[in-house]
Design a protein around this ligand. Sequence first.
Ligand SMILES: C[S@@+](CC[C@H](N)C(=O)[O-])C[C@H]1O[C@@H](n2cnc3c(N)ncnc32)[C@H](O)[C@@H]1O
Length: 448
Amino acid sequence: MTHDARQAALSVLNELDQRQQTLDSILEKMPALPPRDQRLFHALTYGVLRWQGRLDHIIGHFSRTGLSKISPPVLNILRLGLFQMIYLDRVPVSAAINTAVELARKSGAAWATGFVNGLLRNADRHLGQVSFPDPDKDPVLSLATAQSFPRWLVKRWIGRLGYGETEKLCRIINTIPPLTVRTNTLKVSRETLMASLDQAVQEIQPTRFSPEGLSFSSPAGAIPELDAFQKGWFQVQDEAAQMVAHMLDPRPGQRVLDACAGLGGKTGHIAQIMENRGEILATDHVAHKLSRMADEMARLGITIVKPHVHDLHRPLNENTVGTFDRILLDAPCSGLGVLRRNPDAKWSADKKNLQKYQARQVRFLSHLAPLLAPGGLLVYAVCTTEPEENGMVVRAFTDRHPDMAVETNPAGLPDAARPLLTGKGYLKTLPHTSGMDGFFSVCFRRKI
Ligand SMILES: C[S@@+](CC[C@H](N)C(=O)[O-])C[C@H]1O[C@@H](n2cnc3c(N)ncnc32)[C@H](O)[C@@H]1O
């Protein structure tokens, strides 16, 4: 991978076009660039993915060749150039165009150099002439184009939330999300952590709903380089995600199953609420995630977590793993509530198939229910607010498992977060109403 920020961003965008990996998984494998290049790389990659739909509309206005006929790498070069011209004040227009032309030259297609140069110079002179679809004539197309979202998603949101709210939601998803961390209360208090981070970050403040959270902007360096991180004083976690372990209400000394533990964001939180006493079986079907999770637990000073590779398409064997007082299913989902952090997911056609996610979630819940001790609690959480993955999963699950009842007033939830509960006991967050990621969680109690 090159050290040049623009070339690196282009490589990542081209790799995403192969549709086999997510942005997160590509970035994980990428060596870090020098800090200044890293910031520009980040701004370019995330910015282009956020604004891709709008950028394409503008490119379409100035191109005589239809977008589908432009080769994907050249289209990405145009998007990168245009993005810098429109959204990055600190990059002079001439630099945006010249570096795009240079990328085209290096791409090997001789014709592309003149095409990129001509189109971007034309766009610079006549940007004001680009018109956008009229919201009165076609609200879906208008919002989808202006705010850069796929039409199917805007149509679904306007149908459910109305035009005005959908516009607010789209606007906030296109902003850079706050950095939020959760204090590791096994090692430090939120106040001490806040004081220790004060010099290294800007605009630091305690979170409103979570008792352990802090949000801030502009850290001086990469998060893993901060002294407080190296001491294991916090984990990076959005405030909405910080609600989930509280919904589960784990107690010291209990047996807990974290069934989709991944890299251990919720596992660490559960362990700290349990005061690092008891046992957490942390399962996932990806072994290397669990080995990173184990390193993460060591950093946090947590000793009660046992990683266990398991594919939840099969039930866990009760004779081997036993029963649990608490079970968390932080389920794989469409992720449509976290598009602000994962803008590449906007453009994944796979996300349309919500029935596929729903069927998997109901199946996983059904495999976990028999492992819950009578009177025990099971939390189902997803980072999406689409009904197919929220209430419809709850109904399908409780229809099949009449012994499981929704806790309408979960005892572990902090008082400050109670206003986020619906009358049915669902905890729902949306970025445009609370500033948090779009999350859904619900707590079931086993009656017998
Ligand atoms: C939402 S993520 C979990 C995030 C994690 N709980 C956290 O807080 O950091 C969902 C997890 O489900 C896992 N997963 C997906 N399919 C699975 C399966 N068939 N069996 C077990 N785990 C699965 C994924 O590897 C992923 O880590």
